[in-house]
Design a binder for this molecule. Structure first.
Ligand code: DP6
Length: 334
């Protein structure tokens, strides 16, 4: 099964529709997995080995204005900088746009603005592809469901399947070979007191993409066989924590899940280590603060920065320890 087959199946009779607008705009939030996606059962379709669970970051995300014109070359700008189609993101974006190019002479222009702090390790593809599929839907007038858009966003980047909603989102791994049952769904629970801090420790570009690193982990880590069972356990604990507003259970499960993912990738060959010395220092500081009674936990993605989880009652205290850290309350509109 190829990406084009999935697009054909989803768009069916709508595939040949000409754009009904010349321009469309869409916004999607970034998201952070509390129970991670790490490893694919199908790399062409970004079908994951396991389900995953995330929280969306409200006003932190990206906005896209997408336009089409016949007989012009594709162009894309990210925060007013022209995107190089030869860059790794450029290649992925172009490959994705090609799936929706109904005539060979149709040119896309994507103007992307993102307000995610540079180097937070969040600027990535999740909100980019999620906003893009929504903009395509508006441009062509397809009127797809969010479930169908989630499948299309997944073809761009796995984690993008979770970025179409606010709040808690679960991406179901699914079992079908064509991935038609591998999409995300929003969870109705809300948690207004939940805070997320973006602890930026380095803004240097990561040397190895999550895409390459997760493939290597699946292929070479002797511990990868334990990962699906870890996720099965953690996913159910996190869903329970969200239902019961059990912050201790949420924090420790999310932190332990991230550490298990990083331990698994560390055991790959060649090894994959995203932590820098500053990452380890920050982890130790968090463990010390917790020892002293402050309920703060961390999670880490494919980069050296940490995302801290704590409750609103500890916000002032957290600010004294991490003065410049951006704080997001995903359920509070600011
Ligand atoms: C560590 O979604 O960026 O952030 O599907 O290859 O595009 P691709 O990978 P991507 O991987 C995200 C990995 C992670 C965990 C997560 O978000 O669940």
């Amino acid at each position: 099964v190829k990406k084009t087959d999935v697009v054909r199946a989803i768009l069916a009779d709508r595939q040949h529709l000409l754009p009904c607008n010349t321009e469309a705009e869409a916004y999607a939030s970034s998201n952070i997995a509390l129970c991670k996606y790490w490893g694919k059962r199908n790399t062409e379709l970004n079908l994951p080995m396991t389900s995953s669970f995330s929280i969306s970051l409200g006003n932190f995300g990206s906005n896209i204005r997408l336009s089409v014109n016949e007989n012009v070359a594709d162009t894309a700008c990210i925060n007013d900088q022209l995107l190089d189609w030869q860059s790794s993101f450029g290649k992925r974006l172009r490959e994705f746009l090609n799936l929706f190019r109904i005539t060979p002479t149709l040119g896309f222009h994507a103007d992307i603005h993102t307000n995610i702090p540079i180097g937070a390790g969040l600027a990535s593809s999740a909100c980019g592809f999620a906003s893009l599929v929504q903009a395509l839907d508006r441009l062509f007038g397809w009127e797809l469901s969010l479930l169908e858009l989630s499948i299309l966003a997944r073809l761009g980047s796995g984690s993008a399947s979770r970025s179409l909603w606010q709040g808690f989102v679960e991406w179901h791994a699914g079992t079908q070979a064509d991935g038609m049952d591998s999409y995300a769904e929003v969870c109705t629970d809300v948690w207004p007191d939940l805070c997320i801090g973006l602890l930026i420790l380095s803004d240097t570009e990561k040397k190895i993409s999550s895409r390459v690193a997760m493939q290597r982990t699946v292929a070479t880590s002797p511990f990868y066989t334990a990962w699906p069972e870890t996720v099965r356990h953690d996913l159910s604990a996190i869903k329970q924590a969200v239902r019961e507003k059990d912050f201790l259970l949420l924090g420790k499960t999310a932190e332990s899940n991230a550490l298990s993912m990083h331990a698994t990738m560390l055991s790959s060959w060649p090894p994959v280590l995203y932590a820098l010395p500053g990452t380890v220092t920050a982890m130790q500081k968090i463990w010390e603060l917790r020892q002293a009674g402050l309920m703060v936990f961390f999670t880490q993605d494919a980069g050296p920065n940490l995302k801290l989880l704590f409750l609103a009652k500890d916000k002032a205290h957290m600010k004294t320890h991490f003065p410049n850290m951006p704080i997001i309350q995903p359920f509070i509109n600011e």
